[in-house]
Design a protein around this ligand. Sequence first.
Ligand code: ZN
Length: 323
Amino acid sequence: MDIAAVSREGAVLLGRNFAVDAHAPRPIRIVTHIHADHIVELERSYRESLLVVATEYTMELLEILGHYAPETKRVQMSYNKPIEMMGEIVTLLPARHIVGSAQVMVEGEEYRVGYTSDFKMPGTPPMERLDVLVIDATYGSPRLQRKWSDFEAMAALLSLVEEGLKYGPVEIYAYHGKIQEIMAELRIRKVREPFVTDLRGYKMAKVAERFYEVDLEPLLTRPEEGSSFVSFVHASRFDERRGKAMKILATGWELRAPVVRVKDGVYRVGFSDHATFKEIIEYVQEAMPKKVIVDAYRGTDTRITAKYIEKALNIPAESQPEL
Ligand SMILES: [Zn+2]
């Protein structure tokens, strides 16, 4: 048996007992974070696995999204606190991605393997001395390289928001996780206007407040007519034709410039929660594992990533599963 692999169903198989981010017939399911492509067949794992493991933040967010792990199976882990399970030691390490995100490391007597899940650099400590590293490659080739950092994108977003707030409300559209990160970044950068969101967004913001250690002060109702506030809405509800407020869509797939004006009052900001191609290579270079598996179930151009790692870093690498 391989000590690490990615199954056709998208499960990252680590050691003997762990299936990460999709279901597999293994005793322990780990959830690295709440994004849809990382909670594949979760309800099935709730029924069939012995244990379901996640950080406390991810557990709470899963519940807010309606995924209730059975009381008897749930194991909440803190970052950097190894736990022994069925003869292997598992550790969840921080990953800079969204609230509650974790990397997973599994150690047996003769092996040490790890999975980054989604991450950005810097801010994600590379797992060192691994026999096999399974890495995410959302932007797996140089053609997908963004020409700016997420710090620059955030600065561009901030000036857009500040400009918009002079004239009235601003609407920000993004996915779960990114919304809370933007809320935290705006508060850290002293944006004081009220943040308005729906009930789900409100509950998620309360979890994010503890994770980022920032008061986000979300509100459920809009302040009175004529005042300035920022409302946060899920990206799936973005409609550039609706209403007069300034609208900003935060998307990882805007590769032209940090800010692209779609039309008057409507903007796309190229803000991603994933490592750029260069950041992926930087991670591998710092971790220097004996072997790399690039997750092809979730990534893009992962064969190119693997080839690049072999050529540039001289580390055996492959893309899995074969699709
Ligand atoms: Zn993600």
